[in-house]
Design a protein around this ligand. Sequence first.
Ligand code: DX5
Length: 229
Amino acid sequence: MTDPLIVPSVLPADFARLGEEVRALCEAGVDRIQWDVMDGVFVPNLTFGPDVIAAAKPHSTVEFEAHLMVVNPDELLPRYVEAGCELVIVHAETCTHLHRTLGRIRDLGARSGVALNPHTPADVVAHVLAEVDLILPMTVNPGFGGQKYIAAVEPKVAQLRRMIDESGYAIELEVDGGITDATITGAASAGADVFISGSWMYAYADGKAAAVKTLRDLAAQASTKGQDS
Ligand code: DX5
């Protein structure tokens, strides 16, 4: 289990000033930046093409990850790697040949991730642990920011933590959706070590740097408690 990583989603950002927004996130001390890529089919929303991400990349001092909420990720993989995403996350629900898709992401030179919708069981990834660098059990139904955290996903997070630890592979366990100062403790105690925050971080009254520190400290406290118990 790595030290907790805090990764903002830029979904709440001002899309008219994405370069400045990326710089502000880097100055706030985030560990990576997540781009929620939506095609309007897999999820009822439409967001960032690869050219938008490529335009923002020169403004960043941290890695980019693309969360592909799209019906046909295989066709788009090269575009998002070329745009500067060091980590590409596909949804298991959109991959007929998930093992091959994850291998293709690595062949393109990026790290591979697989996301699971709240209803999708952890066992779906049982036979691809050797192909994956990150597993993302969604804690909301994908498509929009600002949704309520689904605590019922926590047992799946814990099951995935056990699967990862038993596998011996260095796989990050990331949660995404409704992560705030009130929900991060449950997710971290269940075994998550990477935390996506969008609306809560952008709304934090004391600014993004304080929001990052608050989330990182809470996650560290929870995972330490979890390891001691
Ligand atoms: C859902 C998105 C959101 C976003 C984070 O498709 O993936 O989960 O990243 O949104 P908040 O932190 O506002 O729930």
